[in-house]
Write a protein that binds this ligand. Structure first.
Ligand SMILES: [Zn+2]
Length: 218
């Protein structure tokens, strides 16, 4: 099986929005005009330009055609936001800390406010990340996230839980005002699918996958 460097969302393809959810091969491919920030597992979203390579942020957005905003993950959740009409795009990195800090919810609010749009018109695509099948967390993580419905008991029992990061980020996108039918999903569990994805949980190798989105030049 040949592993593609990036997976794509059919709907974004149809809209002509260049994007990719990285596989373990994504770092072999140079994405031109790609802006990345120093990720710190926080909830800050920054607009680019200006491009500051030392900026600390876990989400970037832009209305600059031709400029790609991206994030790196290896189990955390990549979320791409798109407003096809206002030609705005965003990339969000949401691990458990960022999700606990509600980065997806705050990111939608920030983008919608900045471009003066109703969040209901935005689209979101959630990419490959560690699934609830493989993501066991303990009491402190459970305590940091008030949404009980996104946890299930771990087979190990005790103070261990399986966390569904997809459900949590989808919930936050809905709370921020997105419509359910505009929240899409691409890819599977990074920990289960070892041929396709890098996984920090499984490999601990430091390998990352790059995810990006950009509006094309007119
Ligand atoms: Zn899994």
């Amino acid at each position: 099986m040949t592993i593609p460097p990036f997976l794509h969302c059919d709907l974004l393809e149809d809209l002509g929005i260049e994007h990719g959810f990285g596989t373990r091969r994504s770092e072999e491919v140079e994405v031109p005009e790609l802006v990345l920030a120093k990720q710190v597992h926080g909830s800050v979203m920054l607009r680019v330009p200006p491009v500051d390579p030392d900026a600390r942020a876990d989400a970037l957005w832009t209305q600059e055609p031709g400029l790609a905003v991206g994030i790196r993950t290896a189990d955390c959740v990549p979320v791409l936001l798109v407003d096809p009409m206002r030609r705005a795009v965003a990339a969000i990195h949401a691990g458990w800390r960022g999700s606990a800090a509600r980065i997806s919810e705050l990111g939608v609010a920030e983008l919608a406010c900045s471009i003066k749009r109703d969040p209901a018109v935005l689209m979101a695509v959630i990419g490959p990340h560690v699934g609830s099948c493989c993501y066991e967390v303990d009491g402190p993580v459970r305590a940091a996230i008030p949404d009980a419905a996104v946890f299930s008991p771990s087979p190990r029992g005790g103070d261990h839980y399986m966390l569904d990061l997809f459900a949590l980020n989808r919930l936050q996108l809905l709370r921020a005002g997105l419509r359910a039918e505009r929240i899409l999903r691409v890819g599977g569990c990074t920990a289960c699918e070892s041929t396709l994805y890098a996984s920090h949980r499984r490999d601990g190798s430091g390998a990352r996958m790059v995810h990006f989105v950009r509006m094309p030049l007119p």
